[in-house]
Design a binder for this molecule. Structure first.
Ligand code: B16
Ligand code: MG
Length: 215
């Protein structure tokens, strides 16, 4: 019997893709390393430092120290946070809001399982600050997706076992993380197009119907 749903944040609850792209682009241009939207697509669900290492695959300059890499990641994050400041409740679609409300009203526990260390700030910007029963994010994990840690912690915070939780994801790395943790996974976006999940949705609003079949 299904008791809880654990949502990925970026690409599921809201979209910060363009802001990630613009902020990484700014850093990449400053460093002189090529970066485009195709590379940006590979960064979905991947942690900040792992994302930087993917971007640096194309770097041909002098070797970079660990300290310099931290500086570059901080440069990206400063630019990203400045862009996030533009977000507001308008960035939560009526479809997502209504679906979350319906799921919650049906008695399910709802949690976030995101790689992002900016999760609390993004939730505050879109008006969902105290909405979820638990938050597991980039601040409480040591291993990023496809490792299941972020979802296992979310289930633990909710006091539920993975078998009674459904993970909702948009990135292949996130689907792999869900499956590795023993969760069933419903997908939207890229992961749904690739039919990577146990359920592949064309719209977020299909979720209550999927949930009905699992209760
Ligand atoms: P930050 P998710 C992920 O969030 C993003 O998809 C990914 O592009 C980003 O690199 C990662 O968070 C880390 O974000 O730099 O804010 O800590 O999809 O797991 O909600
Ligand atoms: Mg995502």
């Amino acid at each position: 019997m299904l008791k809880a749903i654990i949502f990925d944040l970026d690409g599921v609850i809201c979209s910060t893709d363009e802001y990630h792209y613009l902020a990484w682009k700014k850093m990449a241009d400053a460093l002189g390393v090529p970066f485009d939207r195709e590379i940006n697509n590979r960064l979905r669900g991947v942690s900040r430092m792992d994302s930087l290492n993917i971007i640096l695959e194309k770097y041909t300059g002098e070797p970079l120290s660990g300290e310099r890499k931290q500086q570059l990641a901080a440069m990206k994050n400063d630019a990203y946070r400045a862009l996030l400041a533009n977000m507001g409740p308008k960035d939560l679609t009526p479809e997502v809001r209504a679906t979350l409300d319906a799921l919650r009203a049906s008695g399910l526990k709802l949690a976030i399982g995101s790689s992002s260390k900016n999760t609390p700030y993004i939730l505050e910007r879109i008006g969902l600050k105290d909405y979820f029963d638990a938050l597991s994010d980039g601040n409480n994990i040591t291993r990023s997706k496809p490792d299941p840690e972020v979802f296992l912690k979310a289930a633990e915070y909710l006091g539920e076992e993975p078998e009674v939780c459904l993970v909702v994801e948009d990135a292949i790395s996130g689907v792999q993380a869900g499956h590795a943790g023993g969760f069933r996974v419903a997908c939207v976006g890229d992961a749904a197009k690739a039919k990577a999940g146990d359920f592949n949705m064309s719209a977020f609003s299909e979720l209550p119907e999927i949930v009905k079949g699992l209760r």
